[in-house]
Design a protein around this ligand. Sequence first.
Ligand SMILES: Nc1ncnc2c1ncn2[C@@H]1O[C@H](COP(=O)(O)OP(=O)(O)OP(=O)(O)O)[C@@H](O)[C@H]1O
Ligand SMILES: [Mg+2]
Length: 283
Amino acid sequence: MDPTLNNPAPAWLLPHSTAPERERSYLTVQQVGKTYATRNGDVHAVERADFDIDEGDFVSLVGPSGCGKSTLMSMIGGLELPTAGRIAVDGRAVDGPRRDFGYVFQDATLLPWKSVMDNVLFPIRTQKRVLADHRPEAERLLRLTGLWDFRDKRPAELSGGMRQRVAICRGLVNDPRLLLMDEPFSALDAITRDDMNLMLAQLWDQVHKTAVFITHSIREAVFLSDRVLVMNARPSRIVADIRVPFERPRRAQMQEHPLFNEICAFVREKIHEGHDSRRAESR
Ligand SMILES: Nc1ncnc2c1ncn2[C@@H]1O[C@H](COP(=O)(O)OP(=O)(O)OP(=O)(O)O)[C@@H](O)[C@H]1O
Ligand SMILES: [Mg+2]
């Protein structure tokens, strides 16, 4: 039986489709699909993803492995083109990689021969902009992430968590319209990851950016985000859209709150619901 039949939907669960407001939304993902043609036939990596994101929102995508999160993020970032639908940021269609977006991936991919400061400034250098104009912002970000004292070190002299912090500073240095992060903390140990979550939450209180963040950690998603989009098993759909009802600044104690745990349990249930129905179908 559907548990929502007897219980009214909680206020933090958003109804899907904000269609009338589309034209005014900051990031629009409209009926987006991606089908890969492979030797073994077509793979429908993403099917009809349809949502909007407001400017300044930190939005997480969570869902089972292989459900199409990275593919969806690559399309939002213009690194891959959709085979159906349309993506636009601030009224402009995304049809290729954008200089005004920031990208952070699971692997920090720093240049080993360059210092922390030069790695952070690397996008400015490749975009042939004046480095001196952007040094103050690089300094601000390095201070906010606790890396200022390490600015002259090489990546090999840093811990994994520090390298990811450098990658986040590099993603933010050009004041991007959108920061895309694909599992930036998944290779870190649990204690470092908790520290990174707090660091990122605090950083967000200072930078106020629009962000799309992929994670396998439900608690990380709920802790960091203004909104959590839950994806189902492939062919993927958005099966729940949650506005996290906690104020900023976010504090570690938020994770002890019953409502925090209630939302996490709901997200977990939604993710497994997809798995369970697929298993039932294949029986
Ligand atoms: N270039 C490609 N060619 C063919 N199939 C692909 C390609 N890239 C991704 N896929 C397939 O699309 C599906 C979605 O992949 P994607 O990497 O987006 O999932 P994900 O949700 O990010 O998974 P994970 O959580 O494991 O990172 C998978 O079945 C994958 O095999
Ligand atoms: Mg992925």
